[in-house]
Write a protein that binds this ligand. Sequence first.
Ligand SMILES: CC(C)(COP(=O)(O)OP(=O)(O)OC[C@H]1O[C@@H](n2cnc3c(N)ncnc32)[C@H](O)[C@@H]1OP(=O)(O)O)[C@@H](O)C(=O)NCCC(=O)NCCSC(=O)c1cc(O)c2ccccc2c1O
Length: 273
Amino acid sequence: MTTTTETPTAAYEDIRYEVDGPTAVITMNRPARYNAFRGRTVEELITAFRAAWADRTVQAVILTGAGEKAFCTGGDVKQRAETGDYGPTESGMFEIGYLHKLIRDIPKPVIAAVNGLAIGGGHVLHVLCDLTIASSSARFGQSGPKVGSFDAGFGSAYLARVVGEKRAREIWYLCRQYDAATAERWGLVNAVVEPERLLDEAKAWAAEIAEKSPTALRFLKQSFNADTDHQAGLSNMAMSALDLFVASPEGAEGAAAFAEKRQPEFNRYVQTH
Ligand SMILES: CC(C)(COP(=O)(O)OP(=O)(O)OC[C@H]1O[C@@H](n2cnc3c(N)ncnc32)[C@H](O)[C@@H]1OP(=O)(O)O)[C@@H](O)C(=O)NCCC(=O)NCCSC(=O)c1cc(O)c2ccccc2c1O
């Protein structure tokens, strides 16, 4: 199989984009920050997903992370602690809500190949993918309530569709990490393989998908999505709420505590109404 690069990888700083036969492979590439995303990362992911959508040779997309430690650990909390936001972008916007919708709307199956930690907003990304294949060393969890953040859109509502209400609430309220075997038992991932086989396995699934009718798969994906498309409205509200929350003293305390490697002090923010 030949590897072609439709959009020059040189144009990307935070991700890599390659087309390998019928598969586009998008790799979040900030290993020093465990592939946490900043505004620029999100902007580049949007460009890459749109390139994969537009490319008639691409029939499936793989989303993965660089290195062995992490798939993605969500928003770059250090950047947030430093500047109060997720850094500059070309558009001037932080379009994570749009990225969530794009992963759902691209009419080609998206496979998350989870190679390590999938935490916070990084966990949300794999949940939104059509399929997830995990390395046996992968770990899964939400962390927002520990670091002054939450995703009350797809991140909670769609997660509950995947694992059920009780487990979704546990994941968000306790912010624990779960191993790949537990994730498989809970229906959070489709398959678990040894780390060295992860990308080949994901590519094999993509090749199997590529043998099928793209039009049939397009309609099926849209049909699966239709039942939860109303959550896009919830996501809009959730992202507006989150913009306000991360700028609040309570939100800022969470990010500062992470950057300063200390426990956050949240008790003064308990409300009585
Ligand atoms: C993921 C961890 C549990 C890993 O712990 P471990 O002990 O194994 O490793 P280290 O903690 O030493 O991490 C190694 C190295 O990477 C840096 N790093 C890891 N994650 C991040 C990150 N998210 N941001 C920045 N940097 C990160 C870490 O600091 C270390 O660097 P050193 O230089 O110190 O060696 C643990 O790292 C961890 O808990 N990470 C934070 C996970 C987290 O809370 N993520 C963010 C959640 S909030 C979020 O994702 C989010 C999503 C959205 O969509 C939003 C939308 C709109 C507004 C806000 C949003 C938002 O906040």
